[in-house]
Design a protein around this ligand. Structure first.
Ligand code: SAH
Length: 385
């Protein structure tokens, strides 16, 4: 794996941006913590099983605060409610779609917010989570990109989206979890890595690693880091173009990376994990949707054995690109298949509530009231609401 330090290789845009400070002695967001960290925070006087008992409440039993954890000693609940936080986020609004998709607006403690989307597929649910407030990648066709990067989420803020989804699903975890909401997951690597660990762990949320997919514009060294985590998560790379000039026009950070290096990293990921890589390709009218481009794409990716997900572009007001018409999408798929690449067209969900891929963007500035949620937006972790 070369042993190169990724902080050296990565373009500047990968800097996770300002993170909310967690000073020593400050409250511990439990949803981002390991049992060892919780044990330390609980102190020596508590029995060894206590940390896992607390985490079971957080991840499996829907506790919103320490006060909810009714089988903990009363004194512990009362004394520590302010510094052991079961939730640091709160649902500010939920938007159900006609197709049963539900978009959740998740309020963060500093007044920022992100969106998470629950998508039904028969009797199964996929949760699409955000990893940053806004995004610094500035993909030309993406609504979130127009916000710029405001900040990265903490591990707890990522995991809590799954906990809110469990509340929506009457205590069941979503069947699948995709990191395809707001933000670039691999530009928030430490928090992503921790969130994956917690979401997967038996002492945590307990979602199978094979049911989780990290979607990224692709930073080669981070992709290799992901491959060595020892978790069998899936990787989806947002490729969107068969050649570097076009990809850089659509996904600006490609300038410092390049498709060849990216596909090499994807190959390493595949070899190391045995997981088949998915390539995402948003079809933009007259930009990247010709049969010739499909053939050139096939030439570059065929040997990777990847699966290509074709995404009809979802319209974003104010951005220049338009969706390819359905016949062009079909022709692109035919050309790819004829050239030996497996692909499918992704179904559009939740577009009536602006919850489809690339449509997540917050309408209002932080501090403003959204959707009739007036005034104070700071969640009250130790109130019983
Ligand atoms: N930053 C990550 C994950 C979030 S975006 C990434 O880029 O992969 C999830 C997927 O939605 C990406 O493939 C992205 O290119 C795609 N997407 C962005 N804007 C879109 C739009 N307007 N229509 C359709 N898909 C879009």
């Amino acid at each position: 794996m070369g042993g190169r330090r990724c902080d050296v290789d990565l373009p500047i845009a990968v800097n996770p941006g300002p993170q909310p400070a967690l000073a020593r002695g400050s409250p511990l967001p439990l949803a981002g913590a390991t049992p060892e960290e919780v044990a330390v925070a609980l102190g020596d006087r508590e029995p060894r099983y206590r940390a896992r008992q607390v985490l079971a409440w957080v991840h499996k039993r829907g506790a919103k605060s320490l006060a909810d954890m009714t089988d903990l000693p009363k004194l512990l609940r009362e004394r520590r409610a302010g510094d052991l936080l079961a939730r640091t986020t709160a649902i500010l609004a939920r938007h159900p779609s006609d197709d049963r998709t539900v978009k959740l607006l998740v309020g963060l403690a500093d007044g920022e917010s992100v969106e998470a989307v629950l998508i039904p597929e028969g009797d199964r649910w996929t949760l699409c989570v955000s990893t940053q407030v806004g995004c610094g990648m500035a993909c030309r066709f993406c609504a979130t990109g127009t916000m710029g990067l405001r900040r990265s989420l903490t591990a707890a803020e990522i995991v809590e989206q799954a906990l809110h989804a469990r509340d929506e699903l009457a205590g069941e975890s979503p069947d699948n979890l995709v990191f395809m909401g707001m933000g670039e997951p691999l530009a928030n690597w430490p928090a992503l890595r921790r969130a994956l660990e917690v979401l997967n762990a038996p002492w945590g949320t307990g979602i199978g690693a094979r049911r989780m997919t990290v979607s990224t514009i692709g930073f080669p060294e981070r992709i290799r880091d992901l491959a060595t985590l020892g978790l069998e998560v899936n990787l989806a790379i947002s490729l969107h173009a068969p050649d570097d000039d076009l990809r850089t026009a659509l996904v600006p950070p490609n300038k410092g990376v390049g498709i060849r290096e990216l596909l090499d990293a994807a190959r390493d990921f595949h070899e190391r994990t045995g997981r088949r890589v998915t390539l995402e390709y948003v079809l933009l009218a007259g930009v990247n949707d010709s049969p010739d481009q499909a053939r050139r794409l096939a030439e570059r990716v065929r040997s990777l054995g990847a699966f290509v997900n074709l995404i009809p572009m979802n319209p974003v007001a104010g951005l220049p690109d338009r969706a390819s018409d359905p016949a062009t999408v079909q022709a692109f798929r035919r050309a790819l298949r004829a050239a030996g690449v497996e692909c499918e067209i992704r179904r559009q969900r939740g577009d009536d509530i602006a919850a489809a891929c690339g449509q997540l963007r917050l309408a209002a500035a932080p501090g403003a009231s959204l959707d009739g949620f007036p005034g104070e937006r700071r969640p009250e972790p130790d109130s019983r609401g």
